[in-house]
Design a protein around this ligand. Structure first.
Ligand code: GDP
Length: 532
C-alpha cells in the first residue's frame, strides 16, 4: 500500500469505530442491554456468555467463582460487533457494587459511554460514581432509560433528576407513549416518527409531528393527547439535542426503552453510530496524537493473568490510539525502551480468542506476554511519548499478608508482584524493612486476592490489620527530590515504596495526613497517581 493509501485507510477505519462502555448501577439492566446490543450486531454466540455472567453475579460467592472462571470474565472484557458498517467495541466495566480500579481504568480507554437508568429508580449511587469518572475526561454520555415496560417515574422528573444530580444537560431524543402496562412505544423526537414496541423492525411510522392527528388512530386518543401535551411541554422547557454539547460531554441525549423486551435498543445503537465520536486526539506528555496518523500508538489499560488455564500467560489489553496494527509488528515499550513482538494480537469474540490480522484506532487488542507489559505502558513504533491518564488510586484498605505456611514466602512475593502488575492489588514495601503491605480499593478485592492466591498460586493466605488507614503518593511540585528524601528520612517507618519504586506516605488517620500537608507545604500528597 502506498503511504497515502495507507493513511486514508487509517482515517477511514478510525472514523467507523465507536469504542464505549456501559455504566449502570447493579440491576439497572446492563447485562440485558449488552446481550441485546450484541444480538443486534450479529455477535449471537456472545449472548450466552453474557447471560451466564448476569445470572451468576447475584451473590458474592458466585461472583468470585465467575472471577475465577477467567474464560467467562475475559469473554466479556471486550466485545466487538458491527452494525451498518460501524464497528463497536464495547468494553465491559465490572458491574459489582464494590468498586474496582479496573472499572476506572477501563473508562480511560473509551470514547463514549451509555448510562443505563432503571426507569423506576433514576440515578443511583453507582451511576453517579461512574459518571464522575467519565466527567474527569469529558466522555460523551448517552442515556438509556430502561424498564419502560414497567411502572416508571415521570419522564420530566427523570430528566430533571439527571440535570440536577449530575449537573449535566439532558435532552430527550425519544419520548415514551403510554406508561407501564399501557406503554405503546416511543416517539422519535428528532426524526418525527412513532416506534411501536412490538414492531419487528425499528423503522418507525413517519408522522408530521407529535400533534399529527394520525397518531390518535394508531395509539388511541388518550395516549395521543398525553404525547402531544408532553412534547409541547418538552419543547418549551427542556433542552434540545445539540451535537457539539454532547461531544463536549455537557449534554446527554436521553432514549427510553426496555432492554428485556428488546425495545429502543436499535434506536440507541443508531444514535451511537450517528452521534458518538470516533476515536479522537489523545494527549501524551509530548504532544496530542491524532488517530489518523500513520504510526501506531496505544496504551495498556488492563492486564489479566492466567485467563485461560491452558495458557498460563498474561494478556495486556491495549487500546490503539493511532495507526494500524498488523500481525508480526514489533512495538516499542516506551517505559523500558524494549521491543515487544506482536506475533499474535488477540481479538475477543465470545469465549474464543481470535488472532487479528490487523487492528485500527479505537480497537482493543490483547497481547500475550510474560509480564513485560504493565498497566499504563505506552506502545509506539519508535517515538518516545507517554499517554497520560491511566490512574492508580490510593487504596482505602491496607493489610499485612499472613501466610499459613512461612515456607511459601518467596512464592508469595512472586504472586503478589504478578498480581500487582495486573492491577489486582497494590504492594507497598516499608523503608524500614518491615513486612510488605497490600492495598486495595474495595473489600471485595481482598476476597478476590485471597482466592486467586490460593487457586492460581497455591499460596493460602489471610490478611491482618495494619496501623495505617490511608496512604498518599509523595511528590514535589517543584521537582525537589531532596525534599521528598527529607520526608522519608524523618518518617522511615511511615514511608514505603510502591511497585514502581515511588515513595508513599502511610497515615494512621486523616488527621495525621492533614497535619503532614500543613507541615510539609513543599510536598504534595496525592490520592491518585497517573501511571507512566
Ligand atoms: P445488571 O445488573 O445491570 O447487569 O442488570 P441485568 O441486566 O442483570 O437486569 C437486572 C434485572 O432486571 C433482571 O431480572 C432483568 O431481567 C431485569 N430487566 C432488565 N431489563 C429490563 C426491562 O427492560 N424490563 C424489565 N421489566 N426488566 C428488565
Amino acid at each position: 500500500m502506498s503511504d497515502t493509501l495507507a493513511l486514508e485507510a487509517v482515517a477511514r477505519e478510525a472514523a467507523r469505530r465507536r469504542t464505549f462502555a456501559i455504566i449502570a448501577h447493579p440491576d439497572a439492566g446492563k447485562t440485558t442491554l449488552t446481550e441485546k446490543l450484541l444480538l443486534k450486531g450479529g455477535a449471537i454466540q456472545l449472548a450466552g456468555a453474557v447471560r451466564a455472567k448476569g445470572n451468576a453475579r447475584r451473590t458474592r460467592s458466585d461472583w468470585m467463582k465467575i472471577e475465577q472462571d477467567r474464560g467467562i470474565s475475559v469473554a466479556t472484557s471486550v466485545m466487538t460487533f458491527e452494525r451498518g458498517g460501524v464497528i463497536f467495541n464495547l468494553l465491559d466495566t465490572p458491574g459489582h457494587e464494590d468498586f474496582s480500579e479496573d472499572t476506572y481504568r477501563t473508562l480511560t480507554a473509551v470514547d463514549a459511554a451509555v448510562m443505563v437508568l432503571d426507569a423506576a429508580k433514576g440515578i443511583e449511587s453507582q451511576t453517579r460514581k461512574l459518571f464522575e469518572v467519565c466527567r474527569l475526561r469529558d466522555i460523551p454520555i448517552v442515556t438509556f432509560v430502561n424498564k419502560m415496560d414497567r411502572e416508571a417515574r415521570d419522564p420530566f422528573e427523570l430528566i430533571d433528576e439527571i440535570e440536577q444530580t449530575l449537573a449535566l444537560d439532558a435532552a430527550p431524543v425519544a419520548w415514551p407513549i403510554g406508561r407501564a402496562s399501557t406503554f405503546w412505544g416511543t416517539y422519535d423526537i428528532l426524526a418525527k416518527r412513532l416506534m411501536p414496541v412490538d414492531a419487528t423492525e425499528e423503522e418507525g411510522i413517519a408522522v408530521s409531528g407529535a400533534d399529527d392527528p394520525r397518531i390518535a388512530e394508531l395509539v388511541g386518543e388518550e395516549r395521543a393527547t398525553q404525547l402531544s401535551e408532553d412534547i409541547l411541554l418538552a419543547e418549551a422547557g427542556l433542552k434540545s439535542f445539540d451535537l457539539a454539547a454532547f461531544r463536549e460531554g455537557t449534554l446527554t441525549p436521553v432514549y427510553f426503552g426496555s432492554a428485556l423486551r428488546d425495545f429502543g435498543v436499535g434506536h440507541l445503537l443508531d444514535g451511537m453510530s450517528r452521534y458518538a465520536p470516533p476515536p479522537g486526539a489523545r494527549a501524551s506528555d509530548a504532544r496530542a496524537v491524532e488517530p489518523e496518523e500513520g504510526k501506531l500508538t496505544g496504551f495498556v489499560f488492563k492486564v489479566q493473568a492466567n485467563m485461560d488455564p491452558n495458557h498460563r500467560d498474561r494478556v495486556a489489553f491495549v487500546r490503539l490510539c493511532s495507526g494500524r496494527l498488523t500481525k508480526g509488528m514489533r512495538l516499542r515499550q516506551v517505559r523500558t525502551g524494549k521491543q515487544v513482538p506482536v506475533n499474535a494480537p488477540l481479538f475477543f469474540f465470545a469465549k474464543e480468542r481470535q488472532v487479528a490480522e490487523e487492528a485500527w484506532p479505537g480497537d482493543v487488542v490483547g497481547i500475550a506476554n510474560h509480564g513485560t507489559l504493565r498497566i499504563g505502558d505506552t506502545l509506539t513504533e519508535g517515538e518516545d511519548i507517554n499517554f497520560r491518564g491511566v490512574p492508580s488510586f490510593a487504596p482505602e484498605i491496607l493489610r499485612h499478608v499472613r501466610l499459613e505456611d512461612p515456607m511459601l514466602a518467596k512464592k508469595l512475593r512472586t504472586a503478589l508482584d504478578q498480581l500487582a502488575e495486573e492491577g489486582v492489588v497494590q504492594i507497598f514495601r516499608p523503608l524500614d524493612g518491615s513486612a510488605p503491605i497490600v492495598g486495595v480499593v474495595g473489600e471485595l478485592q481482598l476476597d478476590v486476592l485471597a482466592s486467586r492466591l490460593k487457586v492460581e498460586y497455591t499460596v493460602p493466605a489471610g490478611f491482618d490489620a495494619t496501623r495505617w488507614s490511608t496512604m498518599r503518593w509523595i511528590s514535589s511540585p517543584s521537582g525537589d527530590r531532596a525534599a521528598i528524601n527529607r520526608w522519608a528520612d524523618r518518617n522511615r517507618s511511615d514511608t514505603a515504596e510502591d511497585h514502581d519504586g515511588e515513595y508513599v506516605a502511610l497515615f494512621g488517620s486523616d488527621w495525621r495526613r492533614k497535619r503532614a500537608e500543613e507541615e510539609y507545604p513543599e510536598l504534595r500528597f496525592d490520592a491518585v497517581r497517573e501511571q507512566s
